[in-house]
Design a protein around this ligand. Structure first.
Ligand code: SRM
Ligand code: SF4
Length: 566
């Protein structure tokens, strides 16, 4: 078959995938090479499908170069956790692995997964084995496959929420690659003798053209930003029963400065399917993308571009052919918000859950705020669930009334006092950026908290400290913190400089618009202050900040991804 492919026309990654023998590459040899802390180039690409990225400490970049040393290589490991739900035992396992092999922190990601940072090559296998010993895995957490499937984060909230979570879990299992390379390389399990006989029935030998992302939402909560995903299922509830799902396709946040053809785009609702059709619909949408996505240019290879290049009607026709039936017309639905609802809540089964704000998703012990120790002690002492949200926060769920008191006591003991934060901070997301992300132009996770403190003091002056406003920052335009769906968005341009975007809405159904470019902190604060003052004075009753800036014409609403400007 390789004779019939003109590799020169395709992106380099296509050949690497094809020649990898179903994701084996030369990973075993790369791992065994003692000379370097890195992997061979092709293996850096293949290892993504196994849930890891090779990185280097960017804080040390210049000094290492000066000393003529290779970069300080280490790896991030991403754990696949459909719907973000783990047991206390699994939490403890991750906590221990972070201390044993990583940088003593846990990162809760914007896709309800764990990341470990700073794992050196010689510890990769032990870490992956530790994760698997905790009955978790890292398969397909990265790479050109379907990634961790998200869902509304609290199955304990009601039976409907449990059903939505189960749907997400089943989709994730259904779309896993079938190669046994992962088990062979990391777990020393030789599952079949002749790997050449192996096939990937869904993915084929070149996998997808690019990453693929799915969520399952349950209105009115858009807490996994359904319109930012390649594929979103929106639960339709009638008489307290999920009668099916609206199907939304073609969302994505990634964009590139100076490339107008690479833009964020919101998913479009194309129809409705029954609960029993969900797996087939997910699979066939993935296959339409597998067979038609752009394999030449990775900047244009997500489903959103396949749809924009061919048209949504073509996409629907093609999907219906793959499905062998037509989706029904979409049903009405409405979202009210896209962030998390903080604090204690009682579930349908009379158990309690606490949604805790985790700044930047980083679970650490720092400056007397010992969140990591607190959560470890909670996991050791309560019988519940830990649920990672799509906004980098954490829900301690399924807690009995007695344990509820215990949780509060433990949090206080470790200096974690939920509830004392502003509405702005509660609704903040910052991507990782420096020092680990190789693509960052500027800080995000390490900087946003202090910027928020300064914006808070402006909000406080105008009596808006508790006002919920969605604010997001990323260190580059790739969009990992979904900045283009925020009411106030910052995207890093260079060290200390950010583009400022305004006018997304509170329920995550509108892209924001570039307001000012390449601002320093002083300029950001100077730009925001008069707008906040105006908002305090002349907003309508209940009017959210993102809607206000559009009504007052600070920016014009972005109606289509293709019209988005950097
Ligand atoms: Fe992301 C690449 C971190 C969610 C769009 N993302 C990266 C890498 C792996 C950098 C790299 O390729 O070398 C970052 C690693 C940084 C680090 O040191 O940890 C990275 N992305 C993250 C996380 C950890 C951000 C966070 O702070 O939570 C999120 C992990 C999610 C997970 O558990 O799977 C994360 N990334 C997202 C999202 C949000 C989402 O999925 O809901 C997006 C936007 C949605 C989308 O995909 O369109 C996103 N990441 C990207 C892109 C741009 C993709 C594109 O279509 O252009 C890249 C770059 C790429 O793929 O070339 C990227
Ligand atoms: Fe890195 Fe950019 Fe993603 Fe932030 S948005 S984690 S800087 S790739």
């Amino acid at each position: 078959m390789s004779d019939t492919i003109n590799w020169d026309e395709l992106s380099e990654l296509e050949r690497i995938k094809y020649e990898s023998n179903y994701l084996r590459g030369t990973l075993v040899e790369s791992l065994a090479d003692p000379i370097t802390g890195s992997l061979a180039f092709a293996d850096t690409q293949i290892s993504k499908f196994h849930g890891m990225y090779q990185q280097s400490d960017r804080d040390l970049e210049k000094e290492r170069k000066r000393q003529k040393l290779e970069p300080a290589y280490s790896f991030l490991i991403r754990v696949r956790i459909p719907g973000g739900v783990v047991t206390p035992k699994q939490w403890i396992q991750m906590d221990e692995l972070s201390d044993q092999y990583a940088n003593h922190t846990l990162k809760l990601t914007t896709r309800q997964a764990f990341q470990l940072h700073g794992v050196i090559k010689s510890n990769l296998k032990k870490t992956i084995q530790g994760i698997n010993a905790g009955l978790m895995d890292t398969i397909a957490a990265c790479g050109d496959v379907n990634r961790n499937v998200m869902s509304h984060p609290n199955p304990a909230e009601s039976e409907l929420h449990a059903e939505v979570y189960e749907t997400a879990r089943l989709i994730s299992e259904h779309l896993l690659p079938s190669t046994t390379a992962y088990h062979e390389i990391w777990l020393d399990q030789k599952l079949i003798d002749d790997s050449k006989k192996e096939v990937e029935p869904l993915y084929g030998d070149c996998y997808l053209p690019r990453k693929f992302k799915i969520t399952v939402a349950i209105p009115p909560y858009n807490d996994s930003d359904v319109f930012s995903q390649d594929l979103g299922f929106i639960a339709i509830v009638e008489e307290n029963r999920i009668i099916g799902y609206n199907v939304a396709v073609g969302g994505g946040m990634g964009s590139t400065f100076g490339m107008p053809e690479a833009y964020p785009r919101l998913a479009e609702v194309i129809g409705f399917c029954l609960p029993e059709q969900v797996l087939r619909v997910a699979e066939k949408i993935l296959l339409v993308q597998r067979d038609n996505g752009n394999r030449q240019n990775r900047k244009r290879s997500r489903l959103k571009y396949t749809i924009d290049d061919h048209g949504i009607d073509w996409f629907k026709d093609e999907l219906h052919k793959y499905l062998g039936f037509e989706l029904q017309a979409p049903k009405p639905y409405s979202f009210t918000r896209n962030g998390d609802r903080m604090g204690w809540k009682k579930g349908a089964d009379s158990k309690w859950s606490l949604t805790l704000f985790v700044e930047g998703g980083r679970v650490a012990d720092k400056n007397g705020f010992n969140l990591k120790s607190a959560l470890r002690e909670i996991a050791q002492n309560i019988d519940g669930k830990f649920i990672l949200t799509g906004n980098q926060n954490l829900i301690v769920a399924n807690v009995s009334a007695d344990d509820k008191k215990k949780v509060s006591v433990i949090l206080k003991k470790f200096g974690v006092l939920p509830g004392e934060i502003s509405g702005l901070r509660q609704n903040s997301i910052a991507c990782v950026a420096l020092n680990t992300c190789g693509l960052a132009f500027a800080e995000a996770e390490r900087y946003l908290p202090s910027l928020i403190t300064k914006i808070e003091s402006i909000l406080d002056q105008f009596g808006l400290f508790k006002e919920e406003i969605v604010i997001r920052m990323t260190g580059c335009p790739n969009g990992c913190g979904r900045p283009y769906l925020s009411e106030i968005g910052f995207v890093g341009k260079s060290e200390g400089h950010y583009n400022l975007y305004l006018g997304g809405n509170f329920n995550g159904t509108r892209l924001n618009t570039l307001y000012k470019e390449t601002l320093t902190e002083t300029q950001i604060l100077a730009e925001l202050k008069p707008i906040i003052a105006d908002y305090a004075q002349s907003r309508n009753d209940g009017e959210k900040f993102g809607d206000f800036v559009i009504r007052k014409q600070y920016v014009v609403a972005t109606l289509k991804g293709i019209d988005f400007k950097h």
